[in-house]
Design a protein. Structure first.
Length: 258
């Protein structure tokens, strides 16, 4: 079989939440496979630093950045206008941007839970719809949504976060079925605890960390690069007959009984 099945040379990827953590790891993984990367994040300073580092690491490829808030409709439209200015369509969209506030369900204000929905779910739906004309310019293209184990089972994420991730997994299934005939594959990944800046506070609590490890058969938390590898696989030509799927990147967490 051709080694090109395991490469992304000449393809263009749009990655949200790309300035740090899982998003940055995804950008690096896709660049390593030959793709060009269009990076979006809210924090302009962090985004510029990430873009500069990646551009130095992959001098043969294009690495562009745009500071934007995916929860804002005007910003979402600006992102796609920016993509059109710099690329002939899209081959990959990775909906990675997300956020959370963890509270008991009765303690959320309406603005808080609606904000979680805007950032995590509505952004993925709207960006996918806006990107559709660009994705269908090519015979084959793909969307990967970064979900969570909290969208599959109850964890201590807070109800709104779990709700948005569950809906994101269902969005994946619906779009996969609807857009298959257009050559757009749609898949998702569901990480458990991954070592990022966002999880560092919780994981620094020794008792909490031990509880996490106790529920994880592999007895460790994951690394951003391990999520990025799963995302990249789903984007590859080698995954050409996979759509509507969710890959858990969880060290066995979801399969652990007693």
């Amino acid at each position: 079989m051709s080694s090109n099945r395991w490469r992304l040379d000449g393809q263009i990827a749009l990655i949200t939440g790309a300035s740090a953590g899982i998003g940055l790891a995804i950008a690096r993984e896709l660049l390593g496979l030959g793709a060009d990367a269009l990076l979006v994040a809210r924090d302009a300073g962090a985004l510029e630093a990430a873009r500069d580092d990646l551009a130095d690491e992959f001098p043969e490829q294009r690495v562009l950045g745009l500071s934007a808030d995916v929860s804002d409709d005007d910003d979402r439209r600006a992102i796609l206008d920016w993509v059109e200015d710099h690329a002939d369509g899209l081959h990959m969209l990775v909906n990675n941007a997300g956020g959370n506030i963890t509270k008991p369900a009765v303690d959320y204000s309406e603005d808080e839970w609606r904000g979680i929905f805007e950032t995590n779910l509505f952004s993925a739906f709207e960006l996918s719809r806006l990107a559709y004309p660009l994705l269908t310019r090519h015979a084959v293209s793909s969307i990967v949504n970064v979900g969570s184990v909290s969208g599959i089972t109850a964890v201590r994420s807070g109800a709104p976060y779990g709700m948005t991730k569950a809906a994101m997994h269902q969005l994946t299934r619906n779009l996969a079925a609807e857009w298959a005939e257009d050559g757009v594959r749609v898949n998702s990944v569901a990480p458990w605890y991954i070592r990022t800046r966002r999880t560092s506070d919780k994981l620094s609590d020794t008792d909490y960390y031990e509880e996490v490890i106790e529920r994880t058969p592999m007895r460790r938390v994951g690394e951003p690069e391990e999520v990025a590898a799963a995302v990249a696989f789903l984007c590859l030509p080698a995954a050409s007959y996979i759509t509507g799927e969710c890959i858990a990147v969880d060290g066995g967490f979801l399969r652990y009984g007693f």
